[in-house]
Design a protein around this ligand. Structure first.
Ligand code: SIN
Ligand code: MN
Length: 212
């Protein structure tokens, strides 16, 4: 992990090249274990529209979407509890946020060649005091950043494997999304594609403990 000054765009804190290639490979390996315990699903939005990513979760609570709505729940749609968040991933959260409080939720989104994610806010959590941390692995992806209000001028940046984005403060409820991938741009995943991991504190009652 590198301690270089992050780029700031619209309040989004972008740590380019945060993870070395060896650390990226370790995180991917840990995610293979997560997926073996909690298989990737092809979610649909509450209106029934299929999402183009496949996803799963680790941690106390996983984010799910189906025709009943968006929500966090303690079990995979197959009824089993989510696996633990891999320790390498919790360490990244601690390094970039300096929070001792661990995230409740680790959402894993897998993007194939034509997958994308429309502009949205992360607002299903009961707590917006903590940042959302996003880890990019595999192919480059064009990340679009907006504002807390819908509309207005957006900024875009290519996120590469090993980049970490912290969405806190003014950016915690800002719109963001993925427009497209540069499929095959990274050799990290043998079949190509991209994995994005987002870490969140979900619990309403959560209070921050500062590192001693
Ligand atoms: C997300 O907003 O949940 C994912 C963002 C990304 O894939 O970089
Ligand atoms: Mn999001």
């Amino acid at each position: 992990m590198k301690a270089i000054k992050p780029l700031m765009i619209n309040g989004f804190e972008i740590h380019k090249g945060f993870l070395s290639r060896a650390d990226q490979a370790k995180v991917v390996q840990s995610l293979r274990h997560v997926v073996s315990q909690a298989p990737l699903v092809s979610p649909v939005t509450p209106s029934g529209k299929p999402m183009t990513v496949r996803q799963t979760s680790a941690g106390k609570l996983g984010w799910v979407t189906d025709t009943s709505g968006y929500r966090y729940q303690a079990t995979h749609p197959n009824g089993t509890p989510w696996p633990a968040v891999p320790s390498q991933i919790t360490a990244i959260w601690q390094e970039v946020t300096q929070c001792m409080r661990a995230p409740d939720s680790c959402l894993v989104n897998f993007y194939t060649e034509h997958a994308k994610m429309g502009l949205h806010q992360d607002k299903d959590e009961g707590n917006f005091d903590f940042p959302v941390v996003s880890i990019s692995l595999g192919d480059d992806a064009l990340f679009r950043m907006g504002h807390v209000e819908r509309g207005g001028k957006t900024e875009s940046i290519w996120l590469s494997s090993g980049d970490v984005v912290v969405m806190g403060g003014a950016a915690r409820l800002a719109y963001h999304g993925i427009d497209k991938l540069r499929f095959g741009s990274s050799g990290l995943l043998t079949q190509g594609g991209r994995v994005n991991v987002t870490l969140r504190v979900v619990d309403q009652g959560a209070s921050e403990q500062q590192p001693s």
